[in-house]
Write a protein that binds this ligand. Structure first.
Ligand code: FAD
Length: 419
């Protein structure tokens, strides 16, 4: 396309919530867009935990990027891993090709942070991609299988101990889902173990779960999880993770399955362009989301540090990334048309949602707070609405209805590969 078209070239790196929104918002603008992602699919991260806990299959929460943008003729999808940016030549470097740009949108998201202890990663995987979810699912289901056959009581107890580090929305959702699987789904499936005797421990370094939610909703989540048999350790820091379990401030938990849901760090995009960034590696941007000193480069979503009009940091959540993607496209469109720029980016917070389990969720929408069945129904409806594609909406809704009626989870398939 480069060299064939006289139209300005927009390279968007990342087909997550931000990059996809920016691409779609450029549909009617006279530019050619190259959308680059290291994966061929867009992943709906809010439901990844359901893949990790065998409620949904990977294809229910991810879609081929090419299929999503099939009808948008000014977008070319490139599956490649970006490795850097040549600012002088205005080219994006990937493992496949170099891509020239007139405008560059960096939408490369974030990943989990082990607070300087990356050596913990193999023992406590985090949840970001489909492969992470299927790996966690494998470990967690394998633990029950192995517990069924081991002879030593201490080893059986270790296998039936599940630790989740981080009491934000993902940690709460994981803990609730694992408790349901242990208490309900698997209860009649084994002969030598009783999955209901599993120990599920949720560890949070701060004083309460769901710190971004109002206190009353945090307490509701805590009560609900405790009611489901989840042990909750607050004000508790993990000091080590190894193959046998986790070490804590003044303690130790032997556990075969540990999941990491604490802390995030931005992609290395700031390093590619030598931009100023905050402690989490997010690029500090201008009020129009452009990068200081590079008005042709924009950073959006989880990889950008954006401050709202009231001085508060914009949260790293999907609606914020989408709004930034649409906004960056508007700035590019205005420049292309020689129009005045749009007013500075203003984030509209739509609400906070987290599910705890069957018939239990917490929702905050402005002054409205919902819990219990009502919250859960609202959470379910919102997530089905935001899924891409009719097939996925239908399949997910049907799966949830089935699980609701039967407590069953269909995506429980694992195996042992031949050596
Ligand atoms: C488990 C989990 C649960 C979540 N739950 C919620 C929720 O309930 N509600 C909510 O609003 N938000 C939730 N979030 C946060 C939300 O998913 C993110 O805020 C959102 O995805 C950010 O969008 P983004 O476009 O900035 O990045 P992403 O959506 O992460 O997209 C980044 C894209 O960049 C690509 N990429 C990265 N590096 C490269 C590279 N070098 N080369 C090529 N491509 C690259 C990635 O493959 C990815 O496709 C959750 C996140 C996680 C991980």
């Amino acid at each position: 396309m480069a060299g064939q078209s006289q139209r300005p070239q927009v390279v968007i790196v990342g087909a997550g919530f931000g990059g996809l929104s920016a691409s779609k918002a450029l549909a009617k603008v006279g530019v050619d867009v190259a959308l680059v992602d290291a994966y061929n699919h867009h992943c709906f991260q809010p439901l990844l935990y359901q893949v990790a806990t065998a409620a949904l299959s990977p294809a229910d929460v991810a879609w081929p990027i090419r299929a999503i943008l099939r009808a948008q003729k000014n977008v070319r999808v490139i599956m490649a891993r970006v490795t850097g940016v040549d600012l002088e030549m205005r080219r994006v470097r990937t493992n496949e090709i170099d891509l020239p740009y007139d405008y560059l949108v960096l939408a490369t998201g974030s990943t989990h942070s082990y607070f300087g202890h990356d050596e913990w990663a193999p023992f406590a995987p985090g949840l970001k991609h489909i492969a992470d979810a299927t790996e966690i699912r494998r470990r967690f289901l394998l633990a029950f299988e192995r517990a069924e056959v081991v002879e030593l009581e201490a080893e059986r107890a270790r296998l039936l101990t599940f630790v989740i580090v981080g009491g934000g929305a993902t940690g709460v959702e994981m803990a609730g889902a694992i408790a349901e699987v242990a208490q309900r789904t698997l209860r009649h499936d084994f002969r030598r173990i009783d999955p209901r005797n599993s120990r599920i421990v949720l560890i949070e370094a701060g004083p309460r779960l769901l710190p971004s939610f109002p206190q009353a909703l945090s307490h509701y989540a805590e009560r609900s999880l405790r009611g489901m048999g989840v042990e909750i350790l607050l004000n508790c820091k993990v000091t080590g993770c190894d193959a046998q379990g986790v070490s804590l401030d003044g303690g130790r938990i032997e556990a075969a399955t540990v999941m990491w849901a604490a802390g995030v760090v931005a992609s290395p995009a700031a390093q590619w362009i030598g931009a100023a960034h905050d402690r989490a590696g997010r690029i500090k941007v201008n009020p129009d989301l452009s990068v200081p000193g590079h008005r042709e480069i924009f950073a959006i979503g989880d990889t950008a540090a954006v401050v709202d009009r009231d001085g508060k940091p914009v949260p790293g959540i999907a609606p914020a990334a989408k709004q930034m993607g649409i906004y960056a496209a508007k700035v590019i469109a205005a420049r292309m048309r020689g129009e005045p720029p749009p007013p500075p980016f203003a984030y509209h917070h739509l609400g906070d949602l987290a599910t705890i389990g069957r018939k239990s969720a917490v929702v905050k929408l402005g002054f409205l707070q919902l819990t219990g069945l009502l919250g859960w129904l609202f959470w379910s409806a919102v997530h089905i609405y935001f899924l891409i594609g009719l097939r996925n909406r239908f399949v997910v809704a049907l799966n949830w209805l089935w699980s609701y009626l039967t407590f069953q989870r269909g995506a429980r398939l694992i195996g042992i590969a031949p050596r």
